[in-house]
Design a protein around this ligand. Structure first.
Ligand SMILES: Nc1ncnc2c1ncn2[C@@H]1O[C@H](COP(=O)(O)OP(=O)(O)O)[C@@H](O)[C@H]1O
Ligand SMILES: [Mg+2]
Length: 336
């Protein structure tokens, strides 16, 4: 059973500058599946298309972004929703906050800076449920905030009076007030220092454990995925290059790009200089032919520069898009 099926998704930005039009292929043929009751991580360097993928998945596509192909289908308890076809009104009324909610980096964009936190809760809840009894509403919110372990006076604060970590907790409280099927968190802890980060991730994990919904956790920080995600997808230049249960991604990565990300993580006591990759991620307005990673790949062979590698299923939920992988598997298996 799946909560979300994304198939062959393509989403591009079309921009005009000085009369020259450019198409940035930010998400280019992405397929993935989210299941109920899991934390699914999406990793990859800055600008590889993570936020764009989330925009499409959450139904917030606006020009210059446009979907050029593929499908994004949810199976909520309340029924099926094709997010690329559903009307804005339907999305607003029945999907946002109730089925899909969103926690962003910094969270100031969801909290109104000139209104007390309680007012933001009120705004969101009124548009969705209508508040008949203000007293009942207040006690529901207070209960929810208490359940998440936040001090009750956060509700009477202005966002700027709260610390960054507390603001992120409030954003998580907002995102979970309707107990949605999917909570999307885009770099939720990137602006926070490590100790505060841990507390926020712990909260997200606890909520997921208690309500058994799905969390889509997007961050470039592999250490966060190692600690929190059940499965991880690695994106490079608009594509998923590898996906596996977290332990496999970290212990037995098969794509050279994943290996590079993992080798770059600090290891206590290891003072050796890490090997940097040559070059930089490609310009998505003009990506390289074949495997998009091949110009930087230490293991590239001729075919990598001409043919896009398809996703190969390695078993146990491990998928990878690399020409070198099946070859290796065969030689390994061929060994005595
Ligand atoms: N509004 C926009 N107009 C044009 N290009 C954009 C826009 N937003 C993002 N991009 C481009 O799309 C690519 C993917 O960006 P993004 O999805 O934000 O990546 P990530 O979240 O992984 O850092 C980048 O090359 C970025 O420059
Ligand atoms: Mg981003």
């Amino acid at each position: 059973m799946s909560l979300l099926q994304v198939q062959g998704l393509k989403a591009y930005y079309k921009t005009e500058m000085y009369g020259i039009s450019r198409t940035v292929r930010a998400v280019d043929d992405v397929s993935l599946e989210l299941r109920p009751n899991e934390i699914y991580g999406v990793a990859g360097e800055s600008s590889c298309g993570k936020t764009t993928l989330i925009k499409v998945i959450s139904g917030t596509v606006k020009p210059p972004l446009k979907v050029h192909g593929g499908s994004v289908e949810y199976q909520f308890k309340s029924g099926k929703v094709d997010i690329l076809k559903v009307s804005g009104e339907e999305l607003q009324k029945n999907v946002r906050w109730k089925e899909i909610s969103y926690v962003m980096q910094g969270s100031m964009s969801v909290l109104n800076p000139v209104r007390k936190v309680i007012k933001t809760f009120e705004d969101i809840i009124t548009t969705h449920e209508g508040i008949r009894n203000r007293g009942e509403f207040l006690s529901r919110i207070k209960e929810h905030v208490k359940l998440l372990g936040l001090p009750p006076d956060v509700l009477n604060s202005y966002p700027h009076e709260l610390s960054g970590g507390m603001r992120q907790r409030v954003a998580i409280a907002l995102a979970t007030v309707f107990n949605p099927s999917l909570i999307i968190a885009d770099e939720p802890t990137t602006a926070l220092d490590v100790v505060v980060q841990r507390g926020v991730l712990q909260l997200l994990k606890e909520i997921q454990g208690a309500s058994r919904n799905t969390v889509l956790l997007v961050t470039h920080d592999m250490a966060v995925h190692a600690n929190v995600a059940d499965r991880v997808a690695i994106m490079y230049a608009g594509r998923i290059v590898e996906e596996a249960p977290t332990e496999i991604i970290f212990r037995r990565p098969s794509h050279p790009y994943t290996s590079h990300l993992i080798d770059s993580l600090p290891v206590i006591g290891d003072k050796s200089v890490k090997n940097a990759l040559k070059g930089s991620p490609p310009n998505l307005a003009n990506p390289p032919q074949g495997c998009r990673f091949h110009p930087r790949c230490p293991r590239a062979i001729d075919i990598c520069g001409t043919q896009i590698p398809g996703m190969r299923d390695l078993g146990g939920g491990h998928r990878t898009a690399c020409h070198r992988v099946s070859e290796e598997k065969t030689t390994k298996e061929g060994r005595p």
